[in-house]
Design a protein around this ligand. Structure first.
Ligand SMILES: [Zn+2]
Length: 260
């Protein structure tokens, strides 16, 4: 059960902006409005005025429309304290452990560096807004952080409740699936998810939200500590009961995906 009504707003070629409405209070937030035009058109269609603009990280395709929305709707802009210098002017700068209130819905702030060093995620109301850290069947490129940081961030997200619905920054699932199957070919849950993704995309529908339980079972980047994945990458150790270093496995996965 979620206290939030969540609507997807497609932007650019494969970004998602999210509009959230706390059902009880009617309070509205917009996550990562990269493009003002798409966000404003959708919000007007919904009849929603955003009280909050929640930013996950500083990339232009996530923040580009924030100032225009703030000017138009008088919204408060929330973003990472650690990245304040390269985000639009923030009304509230947040860090790990902070709570953002949307009406009666509490959204907890998690610091998840790796894609960028100041990347944050928001979790609450049964939903995880993971930006470009965790994608369905994939994860963001490490533009700024290290493999150890990114793996740590992903394991932090992986530890959240099974029932969470993941709302990520891009519709990359089908292309991520093509890579995932090369490193985890015998994973039945992955094959089921790929069939689902293929059917959704063929029908022109989003693959988002994804469930965290599914991602834990199918996303190779959440499975770098699974011996099966290490073995596929040739990183399993002798004797065979020794566990490969998950950071090394994760780094090898990410590098392989970068050149896929
Ligand atoms: Zn990004």
């Amino acid at each position: 059960m979620t206290d939030l009504e969540i609507r997807l707003i497609p932007a650019f070629t494969d970004n998602y902006i999210y509009a959230l409405r706390d059902s009880a209070s009617g309070a509205v937030a917009v996550v990562d409005p990269g493009e003002a035009g798409a966000a404003i058109a959708a919000l007007e269609r919904f009849g929603w005025r955003p009280d909050l603009i929640l930013l996950t990280h500083h990339h232009p395709d996530h923040i580009g429309g924030a100032i225009e929305l703030r000017t138009r709707f008088g919204s408060q802009v929330v973003g990472a304290l650690a990245d304040q210098s390269r985000l639009p002017p923030l009304d509230r700068a947040v860090a790990e452990g902070d709570q953002v209130l949307l009406g009666g819905t509490e959204l907890a702030v998690l610091e998840v560096p790796g894609h960028t060093v100041g990347h944050i995620a928001y979790v609450g109301g049964g939903a995880l807004f993971s930006g470009d850290t965790l994608f369905s069947l994939g994860c963001g490129r490490m533009f700024e952080g290290t493999a150890a940081q990114m793996w740590n961030s992903l394991t932090k997200l992986r530890a959240l409740p099974d029932t969470l619905a993941i709302y990520c920054g891009h519709e990359y699932t089908a292309s991520n699936a093509r890579f995932a199957v090369t490193v985890d070919p015998d994973n039945a849950a992955l094959h089921r998810r790929i069939a689902e993704v293929t059917a959704l995309r063929a029908a022109g529908r989003p693959t988002i939200p994804a469930s965290l339980a599914d991602e834990r079972a199918t996303n190779p980047f959440l499975r770098a500590d699974d011996p099966t994945v290490a073995r596929m990458l040739g990183l399993d150790r002798e004797p065979s009961d020794a566990v490969a270093d998950p950071v090394a496995v994760f780094a090898a996965l990410r590098q392989r995906k970068d050149h896929f």
